[in-house]
Design a protein. Structure first.
Ligand code: FE2
Ligand code: FE2
Length: 296
């Protein structure tokens, strides 16, 4: 396999939000629910997301990467809805998912999410975060930054146990083009403080020492491209808007296609999405990611 095409979408924040019970709102959820009523209830997100998903299918990616915030306030009904949505996106060996802070909205939520997501959130050996899946010459790593936080906080943390395991996993897959999925961007210029990664320094150290080639993240709801220096060259850090955004609060929905050509040692990113809310979906930006895939 000399070419691999990855599709990267994020932050679908699936709608409609099921009506929570009064008991379920006795938590941080009440803030998120009021926020959703104010901002999202009338959004066009469902149709937009469906069109993005259809467009991804037409591009025939080898694998689809979903970088978190599938739900809004981590109600069990929302996780059931998200599991059905993943099934519609493709089979578990074709789609990988990690949690975001909204999937970790209250204590215990990440575990519940992973129970619903099953094999979509596990590695080739059935392991949980950090997990690793091989897609030909690509090694795809799934990292969780999902930790329950106080109201008005949207921060994330990988934690020392997961980082140590990731360090070992990255080492073991030195023959591969290494792609890491992580919800919060490992770049303080994109998210910091109450919205950032609390162990960002350690995360960047492990990603760099592990010679990653590409990092895929969500959380910011904006398209971005940053770089991380590694001993073998630089890694691209790619962020995408919410795949359901109607453009009212954040940029319009789009996703990234990453084409890695192992014969020519090149990678190209194509952002596809809406220029305006009434469509159509189009290629809106093509960027050569000028780093060479490194294969031992
Ligand atoms: Fe989000
Ligand atoms: Fe987020």
């Amino acid at each position: 396999m000399t070419r691999i095409r990855l599709a990267h979408l994020s932050d679908p924040h699936l709608a409609p939000l099921p009506s929570p019970s009064a008991r379920a709102l006795l938590s941080k959820r009440v803030f998120g629910y009021l926020n959703w009523l104010k901002n999202r209830r009338h959004a066009l997100g469902e149709d937009i997301l469906a069109e993005i998903v259809d467009d991804i299918a037409r591009q025939s990616p080898d694998h689809v990467c979903v970088t978190g915030d599938l739900v809004n306030i981590a109600l069990p009904e929302e996780f059931a809805q998200s599991a059905a949505w993943l099934t519609a996106l493709g089979p578990a060996d074709h789609v990988s998912v990690i949690p975001g802070n909204h999937d970790a909205y209250v204590p215990g939520a990440v575990k519940r999410a992973v129970d619903f997501w099953g094999d979509y959130a596990r590695g080739d050996n059935g392991e949980s975060f950090p997990y690793c899946r091989r897609i030909g010459p690509v090694a795809l790593f799934g990292v969780s930054t999902g930790v329950a936080t106080p109201p008005l906080y949207a921060s994330g943390r990988v934690g020392s146990a997961q980082l140590a395991a990731l360090d070992r996993l990255l080492d073991r897959h030195d023959d591969a083009f290494k792609v890491v999925m992580i919800h919060h961007p490992p770049d303080a210029g994109l998210a910091a403080g109450r919205r950032g990664l609390t162990d960002i320094g350690d995360v960047r150290d492990v990603l760099s020492a592990g010679c990653v080639n590409l990092v895929l993240h969500g959380h910011t709801h904006e398209a971005s491209l940053k770089w991380l220096d590694t001993p073998r060259g630089r890694a691209a850090i790619v962020g995408v808007p919410s795949a359901s955004s109607d453009g009212a609060r954040y940029p319009m929905a789009s996703y990234a296609l990453i084409d890695i050509d192992f014969a020519r040692n090149t990678a190209r990113m194509t952002r596809r999405g809406f220029r305006r809310a009434d469509g159509p979906i189009d290629s809106i930006e093509i960027t050569e990611l000028d780093f060479a895939p490194v294969l031992d």
